[in-house]
Design a protein around this ligand. Structure first.
Ligand code: P6P
Length: 338
């Protein structure tokens, strides 16, 4: 008889000591995210059955068509985080500006801010491909009790106190870190409980999967073109396998389990890259490094980048340590030639 797996609630209680400066708010914050994730999961799973598919005719700050489920997920996470009186502000891919959460308690002691992509990969919703939610948590830097400021959100990724993603796939998983390793929890939808299914997740140091949208090949920097050719040549442990879902959470999750590298570089069409630093690359980079992998923009560590704008983009090289190091070699060699 297999031993019963620990629930997320039990895990949080058992690891409360990981949050020495938090009198339980961070645990409550993780708990509120898991509640919202269950609600969004319910809608994602029946997307084909109710009128929630397709675009709602609006566009988000990125100029991308907002899918109805994007808007729904954004609203649910904001609602849940607001009701629990734990955060003083939220930034979201779906909202132009950050959202001030003024606590009900008079002096608003809420000391955390959350940045999120409520539904990453949403263009895959209508074709039944897995999508994800990504979140990043910081302690605010401006005085507690005063209105939250932009500087509370523009913190380098190395100051995150927690980060995670929910992947709505063949099963629904919550994967997160608080700086003490990475753990994965699978939702049992019948019971509405999350179970520790992937304890202490580790990125394999090397791998043989490369994930990149090769349709953009002609627009890539020379260093990326050279690395792709390296992956494809018949030599040593190569050619590698190309796997690209077009939903970053899914590509990263697969590569963390099997080993691999995910690359979304700058292109001539997207000179800063496509992915956003604050609520996509920073949280994924924090998880990746906590699992023993590397994450850079091809030259510098993602977590060391000092953000200048809420929705700024960055090139993104993320995954197995040795694969990211090899890709960076090609980027640096090409950069030196120019
Ligand atoms: P492309 C989804 O829209 C997303 O933000 C990531 O999840 C994904 O990796 C990337 O964009 C896909 O972009 O240009 O390859 O379709």
């Amino acid at each position: 008889m297999p031993t019963p797996k620990q629930t997320l609630g039990e895990f949080i209680i058992e690891n409360q000591a990981d949050f020495p400066y938090s009198s339980g708010e961070l645990s409550r914050l993780i708990n509120s995210l898991r509640l919202a994730a269950k609600v969004v999961n319910h809608e994602v799973n029946k997307a084909g059955l109710v009128d929630i598919l397709g675009a709602n005719g609006e566009t988000n700050v990125q100029g991308e068509d907002q899918q109805k489920l994007d808007v729904y997920a954004n609203r649910k996470f904001i609602q849940t985080l607001t009701n629990r009186e734990i955060v003083c502000g939220i930034a979201s891919e779906e909202s132009d500006d950050f959202i001030q959460i003024s606590g009900q308690n008079r002096d608003n002691k809420n000391k955390y801010v959350v940045l999120m992509d409520p539904l990453d990969g949403s263009s895959n919703i209508d074709v039944n491909v897995s999508v994800g939610t990504i979140f990043s948590i910081y302690r605010r830097v401006t005085p507690i009790g005063t209105p939250v400021q932009l500087e509370d959100f523009l913190q380098p990724g190395n100051l995150q106190v927690a980060a995670g993603y929910i992947i709505y796939g063949t099963s629904t998983m919550l994967v997160y870190t608080t700086g003490h390793g990475v753990n994965g929890f699978t939702l049992n939808p019948a019971l509405g409980s999350w179970y520790l299914s992937h304890p202490n997740m580790k990125f394999p140091e090397n791998g043989s999967i490369y994930s990149i949208n090769e349709g953009n090949y002609v627009h890539f920097p020379q260093g990326v073109k050279d690395y792709i050719k390296y992956c494809q040549e018949e030599k040593e442990d190569r050619p590698y396998t190309s796997r690209y879902i077009g939903s970053m959470v899914s590509d990263i999750h697969r590569n963390m389990i099997k080993g691999g590298i995910f690359i979304y570089p700058k292109t001539s069409k997207a000179p800063e890259g496509k992915l956003r630093l604050l609520y996509e690359c920073n949280p994924i980079a924090f998880i990746t490094e906590q699992a023993g992998g590397n994450a850079s923009d091809g030259f510098q560590r993602i977590l060391d980048i000092k953000p200048a704008e809420l929705h700024q983009r960055t090139p993104f090289f993320c995954g197995s340590k040795k694969m990211v190091e090899k890709a960076e070699e090609f980027m640096k060699r090409s950069d030196e030639k120019n």
